[in-house]
Design a protein around this ligand. Structure first.
Ligand SMILES: Cc1ncc(COP(=O)(O)O)c(C=O)c1O
Length: 379
């Protein structure tokens, strides 16, 4: 049976072959505990050191600033709660945006119930946060600004460096959720000027259940998980060596081949958008035209219902309505709402996301199925 054409790389990515190859020994023979002093622990221990360096390289930071986590969600939780804890005496106000992933928004909601105050910034029609809104929201008790680097649904890339400059001038810590951008576009922490940055492995051809958090040297963050002191005492628990190795390799490959992959993803995404625009009326693309991930296309099919369209194309094309992580029903996403996309457009919005394995032939076949389905449903 042939499987649908995969156009949901923002939902998750397949494992890169290099990643699988790097992980194999750790599934087979290298099962040792990296904390063991006997010889079984040696290779796992060395592998973690190498992986940390590989992750550090793609972020342009020092390995000691990389903390392994279980993924984007944990990294975001850790960033907000640990800084909230360590800076509590200084202030309790946090600034974020209305289009963040639930892995930020729900953490903020939790923190609100524990004495913090959250400001949710609006975005414009392209999904951009305006740095002057950030400046206006800053208060004497603001301790942290957390704005996502790239949005998972519409792909808009935020002016993080500009926002971070405002934060730095006022002694406020800057975090960015880079779950969707690491491996897709450059994510140097110095260029972005951030103090903390979240990485999600499974968006970058590594397995699910692994991620990282960059914490700038000197930034005090409360310990997240108490126990035997792994990860320099910051996150206890025997390390997920297998997946740490996978994440390291994924970052190495992504860093070495980034320009090539950007071209490829963008060509495939643009081919899809051009094909849709040429064949169909009443469609529009959401997200910033220029400041957008190279692989993401959020398309609104006016008057249609996203779930119906997904059902129609489902046997042939795998895409998503709203954010993949929490969507099995169509409810206008909080991102499109924040961008004030009108109801008749928003309810018929699908997200297609291309990746390094997407081919021209796949895009052309996907186009045939999508165009035919839209015409059928509109009839
Ligand atoms: C922007 C963003 N942040 C965080 C996450 C959560 O990452 P993870 O699935 O690794 O927990 C996702 C996943 O969709 C995401 O797109």
């Amino acid at each position: 049976m042939t499987r649908p054409i995969y156009l949901d790389y923002n939902g998750t990515t397949p494992h890169a072959p290099e990643v699988v190859e790097a992980m194999l020994p750790f599934l087979q023979t290298e099962f040792g505990n990296p904390s063991s002093s006997h010889s079984y622990g040696l290779r796992p221990k060395r592998a973690i050191i190498e992986s940390r360096a590989q992750v550090a390289r793609i972020l342009g930071c020092s390995p000691s600033e990389v903390l392994f986590t279980s993924g984007g969600t944990e990294s975001n939780n850790h960033a907000l709660k640990s800084i909230g804890g360590s800076r509590y005496a200084k202030g309790t106000h946090i600034i974020t945006s209305s289009i963040e992933h639930p892995a930020i928004l729900e953490v903020c909601r939790f923190m609100e119930n524990h004495g913090f105050t959250i400001t949710l910034l609006p975005v414009d029609a392209d999904g951009l946060v305006n740095p002057s809104d950030v400046a206006a929201a800053i208060r004497a008790d603001t301790i942290m600004i957390s704005i996502m680097h790239a949005n998972n649904e519409v792909g808009t890339v935020q002016p993080i460096a500009e926002i971070a400059k405002l934060a730095r001038q006022r002694g406020i810590l800057m975090h960015t959720d880079a779950a969707q951008s690491v491996g897709k576009i450059p994510t140097s922490v110095d260029y972005l000027n951030v103090d903390l940055l979240s990485v999600a492995g499974h968006k970058a051809y590594a397995p699910k259940g692994i991620g990282a958090l960059y914490i700038r040297e000197g930034v005090e963050a409360e310990m997240f998980c108490h126990g035997a002191g792994q990860e320099n005492g910051r996150r206890a628990g025997t390390e997920n060596v297998l997946e740490i190795v996978g994440l390291g390799k994924a970052c190495e490959v992504a860093g070495a081949e980034m320009a090539m992959h950007i071209d490829k993803m963008k060509n495939m995404r643009d081919r899809l958008e051009q094909g849709l625009a040429a064949a169909l009326n009443d469609i529009r693309f959401n997200g910033h035209r220029k400041h957008r991930l190279p692989n993401t296309s959020s398309v609104s099919f006016r008057g249609l219902e996203a779930n119906r369209l997904l059902e129609e194309i489902g046997p042939y094309v795998a895409a998503s309505a709203g954010a993949a992580c929490h969507a099995d029903h169509v409810e206008i996403s909080h991102v499109l709402k924040a961008m004030r996309v009108e109801q008749e457009w928003a309810k018929g919005t699908l997200r297609f996301s291309t990746g390094r394995f997407t081919t021209e032939d796949e895009i052309d076949r996907a186009l045939e199925h999508i165009v035919a389905a839209v015409k059928r449903l509109r009839r």
